[in-house]
Design a protein around this ligand. Structure first.
Ligand SMILES: Cc1cc2nc3c(=O)[nH]c(=O)nc-3n(C[C@H](O)[C@H](O)[C@H](O)COP(=O)(O)OP(=O)(O)OC[C@H]3O[C@@H](n4cnc5c(N)ncnc54)[C@H](O)[C@@H]3O)c2cc1C
Length: 396
């Protein structure tokens, strides 16, 4: 598989490759089966204790569809004056909204603070709205969130839940112009996430995963992606990215060499609840309200507002630069003993605590697709593919 194609798939889903595995791929040493495996692989030679996943379609607890708010130029983080309000836009984070949220919202907050206000309104209660609101509180502002829906009924709750800071975040043409800002956001967010490790309920965890390459090398049925070339920033934060290592046959339960990667996982259910509680415990108020036109914002008491409406900004601010990129995931009944991710051709599995997340992906049909209708047959096929992988694993 071509590197670019692999990147796109990875960004589309587990993003295993995006900044973690792929960055590592560039540095990994491929070990021929006949030679002595590297030390780390030898140390892993009983890793073979990977708990099997009960991959059965009757264990699917839910199928979730949402759209990534992609903008070719990257997210819109800028100030605009509308009537007597200053609006700080903070939307359009593609497949990287959770990952970049703290960094992006830090930039947005600095803009809001430049207006000198002490009371701030935040429109939206997803990843970007919550982090904007919390950062503002921590800076001493009084904050009110206005949103038409709250977690768990926001798109952010349907994300995969991985550190994927350059997943569909801009197109390749805009990468150079956006790169420095992206890196600032990624590093700020990364730092914030390290401060949330080890908290009750494990909102944030580091996990290992195994990438199973396509051993068939079949060209049959391969279609060409209908998505643009995306910006790839993995080199910029290579120092934050644990190495990927190739593990030879015999050192894992898999019947083929695999690449092991290490990546940060967001247990979104626990994490979002923690953000909501922190906001409310600090005196934050939440008002459920839908805005159908920007002029309705003039009715709010706050002079400065952060607009974190995600895909909703397309309709509310008539911003056609937001392109919906559809994604579907399924969750299997949680198995606490399963603590590893899997990435296989057209399939990713993430061991979230709120359900083992199974994601199938296709080469075409997701870009500029706002259809939120679930396609259960796709998720069921992915679970069956996973069952096949489980059946091929040898037990410890
Ligand atoms: C399948 C899939 C997997 C993904 N996986 C990952 C991942 O692993 N890691 C990662 O970092 N990112 C991932 N993403 C991307 C991430 O989910 C988004 O970038 C992020 O959720 C965007 O957050 P948001 O706060 O901008 O928008 P949203 O979560 O959509 O929140 C918008 C808020 O604004 C409110 N709102 C909208 N319009 C209005 C209106 N008119 N009036 C009032 N309120 C309004 C909504 O009710 C909501 O409260 C994934 C996305 C998809 C689709």
């Amino acid at each position: 598989m071509q590197r670019r194609e692999f990147l796109r798939q990875a960004g589309a889903t587990l993003a295993v490759a995006s900044t973690a595995a792929l960055a590592g791929c560039a540095r990994q040493t491929l070990v021929p089966a006949a030679t002595k495996p590297p030390l780390a692989a030898q140390l892993e030679s009983g890793v073979a204790r990977l708990a099997p996943i009960r991959a059965q379609t009757d264990r699917i607890t839910g199928i979730y569809v949402c759209t990534r708010p992609f903008r070719a130029a990257g997210p819109r983080i800028e100030m605009e004056t509308l009537g007597n309000k200053t609006i700080v836009h903070n939307y359009g984070h593609g497949g990287s909204g959770w990952s970049l949220s703290w960094g992006s919202s830090t930039l947005a907050l600095h803009m809001a603070q430049s207006t000198g206000v002490h009371e701030l309104g935040v429109i939206g209660c997803g990843a970007l709205g919550l982090t904007s609101a919390l950062l503002a509180q921590r800076a001493g502002l009084s904050v009110r969130i206005y949103a038409k829906a709250l977690p768990p009924d926001v798109f952010s709750m349907r994300a995969t839940g991985l550190w994927t800071p350059d997943s569909r975040i801009c197109d390749a043409q805009h990468a150079q112009a956006f790169g420095d800002r992206w890196e600032t956001m990624a590093r700020t967010s990364y730092g914030m996430y390290q401060s949330m490790l080890g908290l009750p309920g494990d909102p944030i965890e580091w996990i290992d995963g195994y990438h199973l390459p396509d051993m068939t090398h079949s060209q049959q049925g391969e279609s060409v992606s209908d998505e643009p070339d995306y910006g790839d920033f993995s080199e910029r934060i290579r120092d934050l990215t644990p190495e990927t290592i190739t593990l030879p046959v015999g050192s894992t339960p898999f019947p083929q060499p695999v690449r092991r990667f290490t990546i940060m996982m967001f247990n979104i259910t626990t994490y979002a609840r923690m953000l909501m509680s922190d906001f409310q415990l600090a005196g934050g108020k939440i008002i459920v309200r839908e805005f159908t036109h920007p002029r309705e914002l003039q009715e709010l008491p706050e002079r400065t507002l952060i607009n974190a409406t995600g895909y909703g900004a397309r309709a509310l601010f008539s911003d056609d630069s937001i392109i919906p990129v559809r994604g579907q995931t399924a969750r299997l009944i949680p198995q606490p003993e399963v603590n590893y991710a899997l990435s296989a051709p057209r399939l990713n599995v993430v061991p979230r605590r709120d359900g083992l997340l199974v994601q199938a992906f296709a080469d075409t049909g997701s870009f500029n697709n706002s259809d939120l209708t679930p396609h259960p047959e796709e998720s069921e096929a992915a679970v069956r593919q996973l069952a096949g992988i489980m059946a091929s694993m040898r037990s410890a």
